[in-house]
Design a protein around this ligand. Structure first.
Ligand SMILES: Cc1ncc(COP(=O)(O)O)c(C=O)c1O
Length: 337
């Protein structure tokens, strides 16, 4: 199927429409960037920010740190608002930081910090940011499709995700969405975004062009087929039912781990990523290798300050089932013994 074939264009249009449903938004500029989640981050930052702009970026793990790096590469002066790994930011933290840096154009924050399992509440922070005329940029790589992500209700100005997490699709695309306000900001830029590939003013002629589509780059046709199918599966299940399933399986896992004396690190845990303390005396790498070799279950190692101290257990999309939770718990008992 050619990427300008009218039947493929129809498939792409349907894919963008389903992405709007999953992002709970009416934003016309909603489409899958042709690369993984990091490209979504770069796309949002590169288009919204110009050299000399200021931004506040909330850092409590690997991906907030990366957002700082991406912003700085765009010539942005970044004010890092930091808290400990595993913790989340309060509305007061953000309000105080805005008072310190009133010229900030955006606040960047990670909704689901995959490196720590922390689940960042967004609604209150968004309200504060908008009262101060600051745009909200959100990383939803590990939440979209597993936790509610209400782009319009929470007034998120730009957001990106990845296909391989709770959308249960192969890796390779990054769904993004820009609010009309963000589009206005992009259209009134003084400089061109330094990335040609990710410039949404050109990309929109392909993704949003009505009957006429301008060639920009060759769309990854087979990936879009995969995303189309995974979004159809999600909408068939229903968003609320899907979120409830993730929560149910998270609770089941938490109860089972509790019985084994294994506790969670973040106070405010994601349902989709369960970051737990490795029990005393357990050999981190040996247990993970044994889970993989014997049971075909892969769990993540701790990152940064959590290396050797934490395991990260994903319950994302298709994998968030009772059978998987029960198998993991039994397998963990066996491997720990
Ligand atoms: C929160 C978060 N942001 C960004 C990314 C980057 O996504 P990708 O690895 O698909 O480029 C990841 C990947 O795990 C992530 O978890």
């Amino acid at each position: 199927m050619g990427h300008l074939d009218p039947r493929y264009i129809e498939l792409m249009d349907e894919t963008c429409e389903m992405l709007r449903a999953v992002y709970q938004t009416e934003n016309p500029l909603t489409f899958p960037v042709s690369a993984t989640g990091m490209a979504g981050m770069e796309c949002v930052v590169t288009n919204l920010m110009e050299p000399g702009d200021e931004a506040i970026v909330c850092v409590n793990g690997v991906f907030g740190t990366r957002m700082v790096d991406v912003m700085e590469r765009c010539g942005v002066t970044v004010h890092r608002l930091e808290t400990d790994w595993g913790k989340v930011f309060s509305e007061e933290d953000v309000a105080d930081e805005i008072q310190r840096h009133p010229k900030a154009k955006v606040i960047g924050i990670v909704h689901a910090e995959t490196s720590t399992g922390a689940h960042q509440p967004l609604e209150g922070i968004s309200k504060i940011a908008h009262e101060e005329g600051i745009m909200l940029v959100v990383d939803a790589v590990t939440s979209l499709g597993g936790h509610p992500v209400k782009v319009d209700e929470w007034q998120i100005d730009a957001i990106y995700s990845g296909t391989q997490k709770c959308l249960s699709c192969p890796p390779g695309l990054s769904p993004v969405s820009f609010s009309p306000r963000a589009v206005e900001v992009i259209e009134s830029r003084k400089t061109k975004p330094q990335s040609w590939y990710l410039d949404v003013t050109m990309l929109k002629d392909y993704y949003l062009g009505k009957s006429k589509r301008a060639y920009h780059h060759t769309a990854p046709v087979n990936m879009v087929y995969a995303l189309h199918e995974s979004l159809a599966i999600i909408l068939e299940e229903g968003l609320e039912a899907r979120f409830a399933r993730h929560e149910r399986q998270h609770r089941r896992l938490r109860a089972g781990l509790d019985e084994l004396g294994i506790g969670y690190i973040p106070e405010h845990s994601l349902h989709t990523l369960n970051c737990v303390r490795i029990p005393d005396g357990a050999d981190d790498a040996a247990v993970r290798a044994s889970l993989l070799d014997t049971y075909n279950i892969e769990i993540g190692a701790g990152l940064g300050p959590f290396a050797g101290k934490a395991w990260r257990i994903g319950l994302m999309g298709h994998s968030a089932t009772q059978a998987n939770v029960d198998l993991l718990l039994a397998a963990l008992v066996d491997c720990l013994e």
